[in-house]
Design a protein around this ligand. Structure first.
Ligand code: ADP
Length: 218
């Protein structure tokens, strides 16, 4: 049986998570205290329910503990976000993913049992910044404070060269995980695979090494 999701709070972030999961063919129950938000999302998820997630009785009535993953996407109201997370934990929800406003909020969320805390604005800000300073960078995912994955467009100077000729691992300390182009995605690139201008390289490495590689590609 496939996973069942509940999303609490249908602001921009929550409604986007809910819609995407539903489009991926998962069952999604969406909850918001605000009737208007319910009306806006009624056609993009499996069930849409108006309820206050800080009300334990309401959460029980919704059978929230039967969901595999509950996403708490309450934006501004930190108190409601924390109370909701505690209730979900007490009711025995296995995986609780919560959007945090700031570091202190995140710390509290982890202390009370959140499985994962996300900072969508901060992460998107970092991605946009990388894309602005290095237009060759399409995407950027932070794995930890030190390591990331970047998607970088191969420039003219890499055209018709193989990974072995470019010697990326030895010169820059980064690993090319995949090479994408219009036709296909090669997830196990061979040392002798040819790169063409415009191919997208998915590269993993230490941030310092990735920066060296980005400078080379530009
Ligand atoms: P974003 O920044 O992602 O757009 P918002 O702060 O605009 O987030 O949205 C948060 C949503 O959470 C709002 O739609 C709000 O009605 C909802 N919300 C706030 N408190 C509760 C609560 N106690 N129970 C359920 N939904 C809530």
């Amino acid at each position: 049986m496939s996973k069942q999701f509940a999303v609490i709070g249908l602001g921009r972030f929550g409604s986007s998570v809910a819609k995407e999961l539903y489009d991926l063919h998962y069952e999604v129950m969406a909850i918001d205290i605000n009737e208007e938000r319910i009306q806006e999302n009624v056609n993009v998820v499996t069930h849409c329910v108006q309820a206050d997630s800080t009300d334990e009785t309401a959460l029980k009535a919704l059978g929230i503990r039967n969901f595999d993953v509950v996403v708490v996407a309450i934006g501004q109201n930190i108190q409601a976000s924390i109370l909701t997370t505690i209730l979900l934990k007490e009711l025995g929800v296995e995986t609780i993913v919560v959007k945090a406003q700031n570091q202190l909020h995140a710390k509290v969320l982890y202390k009370i049992g959140a499985s994962k805390v996300v900072f969508p604005e901060r992460d998107m800000g970092a991605r946009v910044a990388h894309n602005l300073v290095t237009p060759n960078i399409l995407d950027y995912i932070e794995l930890s404070d030190e390591y990331s994955i970047v998607e970088i467009i191969a420039s003219e100077k890499m055209n018709h060269k193989s990974l072995v000729e470019l010697n990326i691992r030895a010169r820059f300390g980064c690993n090319v995980m995949a090479i994408k182009n219009d036709h296909r995605i090669n997830v196990a690139p061979d040392a002798n695979d040819m790169i063409k201008t415009g191919d997208i390289l998915v590269v993993i490495g230490h941030n310092k090494d990735l920066r060296k590689f980005e400078d080379f590609v530009m």
